[in-house]
Write a protein that binds this ligand. Structure first.
Ligand SMILES: Cc1cc2nc3c(=O)[nH]c(=O)nc-3n(C[C@H](O)[C@H](O)[C@H](O)COP(=O)(O)OP(=O)(O)OC[C@H]3O[C@@H](n4cnc5c(N)ncnc54)[C@H](O)[C@@H]3O)c2cc1C
Length: 329
């Protein structure tokens, strides 16, 4: 569907149709809730060939996973509009969301599942290889580079942790100090004890041969051969759409980026607004994002039911008063 009705008040508007948003849509659709998903079609893992660590779906392409998810959500009546939500505001009876073509839609509850942006280190040739042989997550694609020569680009607080995680997968790990502060004596001892080589100086560019990473070129002109480079992107929550609601992304406690704070079921500080998946949980994987979407969907359904029970009771009491029945208040 590409022309959402501005007059309809959906039970729930979901901004972002990745694993988190689609999973919530299915839970809500199966609860006979009217759902509108607004999705701009830029899932975070799009550069990757396949999704791993998702039980029964190992290796499925990100595009296929989303196409299947969209079809499942549609089965339960969820509407999808391919658009970008640019702003959201509160109304007496819920929320109004503005789309990039200027149209607006209304919903009683708002679920934000917009994911995050991976801000990559500024190194020549790196962005082009992201999701292929430049990677960040051992659980996503570590197995695919096991036993190969792996470089760790130290740019932030995760580098030491990443080095030891990838050492589990290969005996050939090189730690490029690049922009990181000099490791402590204890950290150097830990690296040495596991046979991880440490290279000082900044990495200038990546060397690519026949569409495969083959090494890094240092600023001092030396070259080091590697088959894969592990980086630690800064994770930036896609939270701009929430600004007018008074919600903004805050620094994540691990020092790895920004996120929108929410509780264990995805509820934010603004009543009626939920946030799930990578926009709130920077470490979430596909399956955990989907699980969070299901949990939020169920909680939103319960929240709507509570509102409807209150309204039904108030209405029944009003009718009873009108009919002269005893007031049971
Ligand atoms: C290279 C790479 C490989 C990965 N591989 C794996 C893997 O193998 N296994 C695994 O479990 N995890 C993997 N991940 C992590 C995985 O991508 C995330 O866990 C997952 O995508 C989070 O789902 P999400 O629904 O929160 O966000 P996303 O999947 O990013 O979906 C967010 C959706 O919201 C849309 N959107 C954003 N803003 C707006 C807006 N304003 N209006 C409308 N739509 C909007 C986007 O276009 C997108 O479609 C990988 C990540 C990367 C970077």
């Amino acid at each position: 569907m590409n022309t959402p009705s501005g007059d309809t008040i959906y039970d729930v508007i979901i901004i972002g149709g990745g694993p988190a948003g689609l999973s919530a849509a299915i839970a809500l659709g199966r609860s006979s809730r009217s759902v509108l998903i607004i999705d701009s079609g830029r899932p975070r893992n799009a550069p990757a060939a396949g999704v791993h660590n998702f039980l029964t779906r190992d290796g499925v392409s990100p595009a296929e996973l989303l196409a299947t998810g969209r079809a499942e959500a549609a089965t339960y009546g969820a509407h999808l509009v391919e658009a970008t939500a640019t702003a959201a505001s509160r109304r007496d009876d819920g929320f109004r969301v503005i789309l990039d073509d200027g149209t607006s839609v209304q919903g009683r509850r708002l679920l934000v599942a917009t994911g995050l942006v991976d801000e990559l280190p500024d190194i020549l040739g790196l962005t082009e290889r992201w999701g292929n042989d430049v990677l960040h997550c051992p659980y996503c694609h570590g197995w695919e580079v096991r036993g190969r020569s792996i470089g760790i680009l130290a740019t932030g607080p995760m580098a030491m942790h990443q080095a030891q995680l990838f050492r589990q997968l290969s005996q050939s790990v090189t730690f490029f100090l690049h922009a990181a502060p000099e490791p402590s004596a204890e950290e150097l001892e830990e690296l040495a004890a596991r046979g991880i080589r440490v290279v000082s100086g900044r990495v200038e560019s990546l060397t690519v041969t026949r569409d495969a990473l083959t090494g890094v070129l240092m600023e001092d002109g030396t070259e080091h051969q590697i088959d894969a480079l592990v980086v630690a992107p800064t994770f930036t929550a896609r939270a701009g759409v929430l600004t007018d609601l008074g919600l903004e992304a805050t620094a994540h406690p691990f020092g790895v980026g920004t996120h929108v704070e929410s509780d264990e079921v995805g509820q934010t500080a603004v009543p009626g607004v939920w946030a799930v998946g990578n926009v709130t949980d920077l470490m979430a994987q596909v399956v955990t994002s989907a699980a969070a979407g299901l949990k939020a969907g169920a909680t939103i359904n319960a929240d709507l039911i509570a509102e409807e029970v209150r309204a039904a009771v108030a209405s029944a009491r009003g009718q009873q008063v009108e009919q002269g029945a005893p007031d049971q208040a």
